[in-house]
Design a protein around this ligand. Structure first.
Ligand code: AR6
Length: 193
């Protein structure tokens, strides 16, 4: 991957990265799924994760009794390179309840990271939750995502790498801008190959 397609920011003893790519290919301990509340495969990133993981993932998901918006559940990764999948349900965006949406989106990142710590996970990849089928404007979601992850890493150093995996150039550029804004508030930003 070219240097400009990966940016990382050091936060305490951990690293927040943004990369352009496909989350199903990530070799972090866990990947996060932007799921629906029934935890059925669906489309988007969830469909891609279920296809790559195989039928075992769907079977395990059926036994979990669904998941509420903002909460998270964990399964094995089956045929994925990642050992675990953390399923979280993002808010469906609506202009009428902007504050509530933002709060729920923050909760998705926090619940997923909290569950990761409980399971000894040291590295985790996130997609841009809610920014596809659920319609969350990418710029707003990107600011919330990188800030929430950075705030979490300031308080917890158990997780060493949190990677946001952006699907395509446009999503990557939006997150790059969000990272630059964040880095103006935090110590140092580095561009790593
Ligand atoms: N790797 C990384 N990011 C991806 C990938 C991939 N392989 N594929 C898509 N994206 P979405 P949501 C990006 O719609 O908005 C499902 O049907 C995509 O471009 O997957 O939270 C569930 O079952 C977008 O930026 O999730 C739910 O019903 C981001 O991932 C519903 O969609 C999230 O898009 C959840 O909607």
């Amino acid at each position: 991957m070219e240097a400009e397609d990966r940016i990382s920011l050091t936060i305490g003893r951990s690293r927040l990265e943004i990369v352009m790519g496909d989350i199903t290919r990530q070799e972090t301990d866990a990947i996060v799924n932007a799921a629906n509340s029934r935890l059925t495969p669906g489309g988007g990133v969830s469909g891609a994760i279920h296809r790559a993981a195989g039928a075992g993932l769907r079977e395990e998901c059926k036994k979990l009794g669904g998941c509420k918006t903002g909460e998270a559940k964990i399964t094995k990764g089956y045929n994925l390179p990642a050992r675990y999948v953390i399923h979280t349900v993002g808010p469906v965006f609506s202009h009428a309840s902007r504050e509530r949406n933002a709060e729920l989106l923050r909760k998705c990142y926090e619940s997923s990271l909290g569950l990761a710590i409980e399971h000894g996970i040291k590295s985790i990849s996130f997609p841009a939750i809610s920014t596809g089928i659920y319609g969350y404007p990418m710029e707003e979601a990107a600011d919330i995502a990188v800030r929430t992850i950075a705030d979490f890493l300031r308080k917890h150093d158990e997780i060493k790498v949190v990677r946001m995996v952006l699907y395509g150039r446009d999503a990557f550029e939006v997150h790059k801008r969000a990272m630059k804004k964040l880095s103006e508030e935090i110590d140092k930003i580095s561009y790593n190959p």
